[in-house]
Design a protein around this ligand. Structure first.
Ligand SMILES: NC(=O)c1ccc[n+]([C@@H]2O[C@H](COP(=O)([O-])OP(=O)(O)OC[C@H]3O[C@@H](n4cnc5c(N)ncnc54)[C@H](O)[C@@H]3O)[C@@H](O)[C@H]2O)c1
Length: 383
């Protein structure tokens, strides 16, 4: 049944657990191996689903599975990515290791004929990303990039609103993220070093650059960014960044990103000639976003651009107000699981990925230009 299923492996069992959950939930995948260099991460299936954004996946998985060791499920356990590359019984690999390892390991796995679900950012430089693209071309293997926010139902709703034409021509994209510092329990503390993670803008703002492209359908032409680095001494890079830019269409972008918050929330606004849409996402019901007063985890509202001139209508004369509310399905863990399952389905059915390598490279270009701007205090061209 090779053409209907994929034999998958996950390398790196941090966020990689979300990928493992995706394969376990997919009718098109068999999880045949996991790999991690760190013994505690290899020890037990369930124990590792107990932290951070993986916690909400726990109830979705079979409790019997959670109590077992990977080996008890017939899943091979390796200590290094090289063993996965050598295993001819693996077709597809989720690569979930630190950012500075992506180029080397992606090229190794592609050279061994494995399709990839590659964690973001694709790499830390354009040269590195280009070498991954060349390795993919040489091998004929396919690469999806895990910008799982694209499958978040609130983001899908925004995309539907833009695509319907209800907002008119997009004039502005704005995203503000308020979050606590990155977790400090990463392997070798890699995320705290700019040379290993690319810093805040490359490591995480790349998600929001990807959403800007996905939701506006536009490419960023120029970018200017400022940052400050005085709050978190054990992270050797910017802890707050404000980014502004202009798209090819003339629309404007603004992204504010703070690692110095005390919980996790995101607000997105999209303004068009006919209407605007507003979206809020939070990781906990008790959030600074609303003081824990509401129960939703994702919400999208939309309305006319000029409600004073035409109450209840947009300027094109259509009714244009609404709200959509989302629960657990708007959380990161579920989005990763759903996106990975979707990647397998795309491979089996030979359809395009939701996020391909070129998307990953475009978001990286935006992030690199924005970070360069924070260092040179100049306006940078993106393309
Ligand atoms: N898409 C998302 O929303 C999202 C969220 C978090 C992290 N990430 C990305 O996922 C990747 C991993 O991040 P993380 O937070 O899980 O980090 P982590 O440090 O928690 O986990 C990485 C794991 O990789 C393992 N590893 C390192 N070298 C290895 C090797 N040679 N062979 C096998 N295992 C090896 C480490 O032992 C570690 O357990 C990064 O690229 C990060 O940017 C993406």
């Amino acid at each position: 049944m090779k053409n209907q299923t994929r034999r998958a492996a996950v390398v790196g069992l941090g966020i990689g657990l979300g990928h493992a959950a995706g394969y376990l939930s997919s009718p098109h995948a068999e999880l045949v191996a996991v790999a991690d260099s760190w013994d505690v991460r290899r020890a037990k299936v369930g124990g590792t689903f107990s932290q951070g954004s993986m916690l909400n996946l726990r109830p979705l998985l079979d409790p019997d599975i959670l109590e077992k060791k990977w080996e008890d499920l017939g899943i091979a356990v390796y200590e290094d990515v090289a063993r996965v590359a050598e295993d001819p019984g693996i077709d597809l690999v989720s690569l979930c290791t630190p950012d500075d390892t992506h180029e080397e390991y992606a090229c190794l796995l592609l050279g061994a004929g494995k399709d990839l679900v590659l964690e973001k950012p694709v790499a830390l430089s354009l040269e590195s990303a280009t070498r991954i693209a060349e390795a993919a071309r040489r091998s004929g293997c396919r690469v999806a990039v895990n910008f799982e926010m694209r499958v978040n139902p609130a983001v899908q709703k925004l995309r539907e609103l833009v695509g319907s034409g209800m907002l008119g021509d997009i004039q502005a994209f704005n995203l503000q993220q308020h979050r606590a510092p990155f977790r400090r329990d990463k392997w070798q503390k890699w995320i705290q070093s700019a040379t290993r993670s690319g810093g805040l803008i490359v490591e995480e703002t790349c998600h929001w650059f990807d959403l800007a492209r996905y939701l506006t359908g536009d490419e960023l032409a120029t970018v200017h960014a400022v940052s400050t680095d005085r709050v978190l001494p054990d992270f050797d890079f910017e802890d707050i960044a404000y980014v502004q830019g202009r798209f090819v269409s003339g629309a404007i972008l603004q992204v504010g990103h703070a690692l110095t918050g005390f919980d996790f929330s995101i607000i997105i606004q999209i303004h068009g000639t006919l209407g605007s849409a507003w979206c809020a996402l939070k990781a906990d019901r008790h959030s600074a976003l609303d003081g824990g007063q509401t129960d939703y985890l994702g919400i999208v509202s939309w309305g006319p651009a000029d409600p004073v001139a035409a109450p209840g209508q947009n300027r094109a004369g259509g009714t244009a107000r609404g709200t959509a509310i989302y629960g657990e399905e708007a959380l990161e863990g579920e989005n990763i699981m759903a996106h990975v399952a979707h990647c397998v389905e795309s491979l089996v059915t030979n359809r395009p990925f939701v996020v391909d390598l070129e998307d990953g490279i475009q978001a990286l270009k935006m992030a690199l230009a924005a970070r360069a701007s924070t260092l040179t205090a100049s306006v940078e061209e993106v393309q």
